[in-house]
Each structure stands twice: as structure tokens, then as C-alpha cells.
Design a protein around this ligand. Structure first.
Ligand SMILES: N[C@@H](CCC[C@H](N)C(=O)O)C(=O)O
Length: 270
């Protein structure tokens, strides 16, 4: 099976080109691909599939619009489905452009959270219109025996963004949080962040279905909203272990900008 490997601020993905939707992806197969010792290794899988091919198979998709030629079928490293992946959609766009499957600098990608417009910027960054960001009040999680409180935020997928007083490097995130199941019945992603100066935050993330990752695009957007919940506009630089992204907010909407690169291509045996 042909594959490519790419990342956005070191949130890495196995990319499976499957225009006609012929590849079956049960959770065990995804987990085997993402296994960092016995597989290719990644935080998730991006299956690159034509929207029309999925519709032809009767797959239920959100309303996407007729111009959305490509669908990002995203899976977490454990094989579970997620509605949206902010770094994934930027890497997906880079792959489509390098494969010659899109010619425009701006186009829309289908996701389970709806269509997302991406722009290939000059200089290698990819910007994605993340749509509406919804703040749903407070939420809690337990981490290493202590309670963490934060803001429950929906960026297409669920997040708990928790402001911490000290450096994020000191938080025992690797222990794995337990999010309050009443607020997060389908689980969620947890971010810890510290505002280091106006307009700049440091963040770490523990992702649902993938564990601690070096970056999470939807998490970056959630943190930019949580860092300044009263103001709804402006730019935030968000530093993650794998690099840095910028979030632009305007009213309820947000745009995520950052690097997206393809680093390898090959054949994988499963
Ligand atoms: N890494 C992603 C988020 C992937 C989905 C997440 N783990 C979930 O289950 O919601 C990103 O860049 O947004």
C-alpha cells in the first residue's frame, strides 16, 4: 500500500492516498500503521479520498458543498474517529498540492466537522479557516491525583483548555488526564497553557486517542480562545513542543497558520 508521511509542527501523520475509497481501515490497521516501533509511526492517519467516492458508497457525510472534491478521513493513533484535525488538514492540503491533485492555492477540504477552506501561503505555511469556536463554560479533569479546571471549547472536536500558573513543562501530562465524563461524554483533548506575554502562550496537549503529542491544531485554536475569552479578535502566537503556530480570531471565527511538510513516501506492508 502506498503511503506518505508528513507533519505540522511535529504532529505527524501517515497519509494514505485512496482516491476511489478502496482501502478498508479497521481500528487495528490504523493502530498498526501508527505504531512507532512495529509500524510507520504517527499520531494519526489521513486517508485521502474523493468525496464523490464516499458518497457513492453511501457514507454519511456532513453538508460539504459541491466544490469539495477531497475528504480528509482522519483517524487517531488508536483507530478512533475524530471530527476534525487542525494540523492534519494543513498537512492534507500540502499533500494534495505536492501530488498535483489540486492546482489552486485556496480550496476546501471536507472533514467530519464540515468543509474547511485552506490557503497555501508563499513560504511553506498553510492557513486553515477553522470555522466557529464555541466556548461552553468551565470543565474539569483529573491528572496525576489532582483536579485541573479549564474552559470547555468546541473547535469541531472537544477540548478542555486549562490555564496553569507555572511553566507547562512542569505539568505531569504524560500521566494521562481523565476528563469529566458528564461534560465530555465522548472524551476530549486536554491542553495546559501559560500566557508568557500578551499575544503569546506556551501549551502542551494530551490528545484523545493519541496520547501526548508535540502539537494539536484544534488545541492551539482552543488555547488562543481560552487565553483571552472576553476579546474575540486579534492574533496569538502559540508555542508547542514541536514548533509554533499563529491563530487569528475575528468574532467567533478563527484561522490557524503554521508549517506543513511531507517528509517521506513509500510502500507499507500490513
Ligand atoms: N491533532 C489534531 C487533533 C486530532 C483529533 C483529536 N485527537 C480528537 O480526538 O479530537 C489537531 O491538530 O487538531
Amino acid at each position: 500500500m502506498r503511503f506518505a508521511k508528513g507533519h505540522g509542527t511535529e504532529n505527524d501523520f501517515v497519509i494514505l492516498p485512496d482516491p476511489e475509497a478502496r482501502i478498508d481501515l479497521p481500528p487495528q490497521r490504523v493502530a498498526a500503521l501508527c505504531d512507532r516501533r512495529a509500524g510507520v509511526g504517527a499520531d494519526g492517519v489521513l486517508r485521502v479520498v474523493r468525496t464523490a467516492a464516499l458518497c457513492g458508497q453511501g457514507m454519511e457525510l456532513p453538508e460539504l458543498g459541491s466544490d469539495v472534491e477531497w475528504f480528509m478521513d482522519y483517524r487517531n493513533a488508536d483507530g478512533s474517529l475524530a471530527e476534525m484535525c487542525g494540523n492534519g488538514v494543513r498537512v492534507f492540503a500540502r499533500y494534495l498540492a505536492e501530488a498535483g491533485w489540486v492546482r489552486d492555492e485556496r480550496f476546501s477540504v471536507g472533514t467530519r466537522a464540515g468543509a474547511r477552506e485552506v490557503t497555501l501561503d508563499h513560504g511553506g505555511d498553510v492557513t486553515v479557516d477553522m470555522g466557529s469556536v464555541s466556548l461552553h463554560g468551565s470543565g474539569n479533569a483529573r491528572l496525576a491525583g489532582t483536579q485541573l479546571s479549564g474552559i470547555h471549547i468546541d473547535v469541531g472536536n472537544p477540548h478542555l483548555a486549562c490555564s496553569v500558573p507555572g511553566p507547562v513543562a512542569e505539568i505531569p501530562l504524560e500521566a494521562g488526564p481523565e476528563l469529566d465524563p458528564e461534560t465530555f461524554p465522548s472524551g476530549g483533548n486536554l491542553e495546559v497553557f501559560q500566557v508568557v506575554e500578551p499575544g503569546m502562550v506556551d501549551m502542551r496537549v494530551y490528545e484523545r486517542g493519541s496520547g501526548e503529542t508535540r502539537s494539536c491544531g484544534t488545541g492551539v485554536v482552543a488555547v488562543a480562545a481560552a487565553a483571552d475569552p472576553e476579546s474575540r479578535s486579534g492574533a496569538w502566537r502559540v508555542r508547542v513542543p514541536g514548533g509554533e503556530c499563529t491563530v487569528y480570531r475575528e468574532g467567533p471565527r478563527a484561522w490557524l497558520r503554521g508549517p506543513a511538510v511531507i517528509v517521506a513516501e513509500g510502500e507499507v506492508r500490513l
